[in-house]
Ligand binder design. Structure first.
Ligand code: PEP
Ligand code: MN
Length: 373
């Protein structure tokens, strides 16, 4: 399902410092000196398109540093006047929006803890009515694509057309090397719903660890995301928030220079031909996979009818364990990762159960039609 968003291209509201598009700056504005000095170092790299800084910080626990507040807007004005960098901050309510606009902040973003709440997003959207300012919407804390889409729609419905999404990863119970699981498939899914919507990756909040930023940033670029937002602090070791994931402006340059930029469009016709040929092969295989799935589901229907006639339960755990075990072993022998095979089989199994449930609950007359069709 394509979304009906009205969007201006990224280039209409942000000037690329270099490739890739980079928004950088400290997690939080802490002091005037820290912010302005960081801004100068970032501007000097020639790679940064906008200066980010948190002025109001949504903190999980009370008592943590909750942002310097409105005074920081003045520091941002100074940083911009001295470096020429446009500024970007998080807004989480109507008052933030008003103050930010008043202070001439160039780009606003909605944070992950706000995107989860439609009331908050609507309040922000209402405050933005009639204003022409770029807005970026971070994904919600929880892996819920609809909430992310809903927030983008609310802001867009308020008339904001300079719109982008920020992919900052999702909370998860799974133990992992990351602070927030990237769940790349959700970002890809957003892209398929709204191909014209720019997505900016935030490897700082995904990794929570400066050593992994380059790795995640590369992956984001390989998936054709349009830019990066990276936290950078003049001295991360003493940062008041997110110290482990911030990098010095010099380290930021290192990270950016090590990224490989792969062009989405193909460069020469020989490459184009080769790609087209390989894609044809893939399309054929996808057709076959779908065809086989349809065949499988027909058999599942027969099984469903049989189980209904003989009063047998739909789910037979032993049988399912057996399918899973055999499938994963077979997949491994063919170099498919066990995680992939398991996910695939689970998806197929869930659809089979759904079909059988449908049959079990169908009145007899309909069933006749179904089995003799
Ligand atoms: C931030 O950008 O500093 C921030 C609070 O991010 P998020 O909303 O992604 O947690
Ligand atoms: Mn942060």
């Amino acid at each position: 399902m394509k979304l009906n968003l009205n969007i201006e291209p990224l280039e209409s509201w942000i000037k690329k410092g270099s490739d890739p598009l980079l928004i950088a700056g400290p997690c939080s504005a802490e002091t005037e000196e820290q912010l302005v000095a960081t801004a100068h170092l970032l501007a000097k790299t020639g790679k940064v398109s906008a200066l980010r800084a948190g002025i109001w910080k949504p903190r999980t626990r009370p008592g943590e540093f909750e942002g310097i507040g409105s005074i920081g807007l003045k520091w941002l004005q100074r940083a911009k006047a001295e470096t020429g960098l446009p500024t970007a901050i998080e807004v989480a309510n109507a008052k933030h929006v008003e103050e930010a606009l008043e202070a001439g902040v160039d780009i606003l973003w909605v944070g992950a803890r706000s995107t989860v709440n439609p009331f908050t997003v609507q309040e922000i959207a209402d405050a933005l009515k009639g204003v022409d300012v770029p807005v970026m919407v971070k994904n919600p804390v929880n892996p819920d694509l609809s909430l992310w889409i809903g927030a983008l729609e609310r802001i867009n419905n308020a008339g904001i057309t300079k719109l982008a999404a920020i992919h900052r990863g999702f909370s998860s119970h799974e133990k992992s090397a990351f602070r927030n699981e990237p769940m790349w498939d959700l970002a890809i899914s957003l892209k398929t719903h709204a191909p014209e919507l720019p997505i900016i990756n935030d490897p700082s909040h995904i990794t929570g660890n400066r050593d992994l930023i380059g790795y995640v940033a590369q992956k984001a670029l390989d998936l054709d995301m349009q830019g990066l937002m990276i936290e950078s602090h003049i001295d991360p070791t003493v940062a008041w928030t997110d110290a482990k994931q911030q990098v010095t402006p010099a380290a930021l340059v290192e990270i950016i220079e090590h990224l490989a930029l792969r062009k989405p469009e193909v460069r020469n016709s020989e490459m184009k031909d080769k790609l087209a040929e390989l894609r044809t092969q893939i399309d054929k295989i996808d057709d076959l996979v779908i065809q086989k799935m349809a065949e499988r589901m027909k058999i599942v229907e027969q099984i469903g009818t049989y189980k209904k006639e003989n009063n047998v339960t739909i789910l037979q755990v032993n049988r399912w364990d057996e399918i899973l075990r055999k499938g994963i072993n077979y997949g491994s022998a063919l170099k498919l990762s066990p995680e992939f095979t398991e996910k695939l089989l689970e998806l197929i199994h869930a659809e089979s159960i759904r079909k059988q449930t449908e049959i079990m609950n169908k009145p007899e007359a309909d069933l006749e039609k179904l089995t003799h069709a």
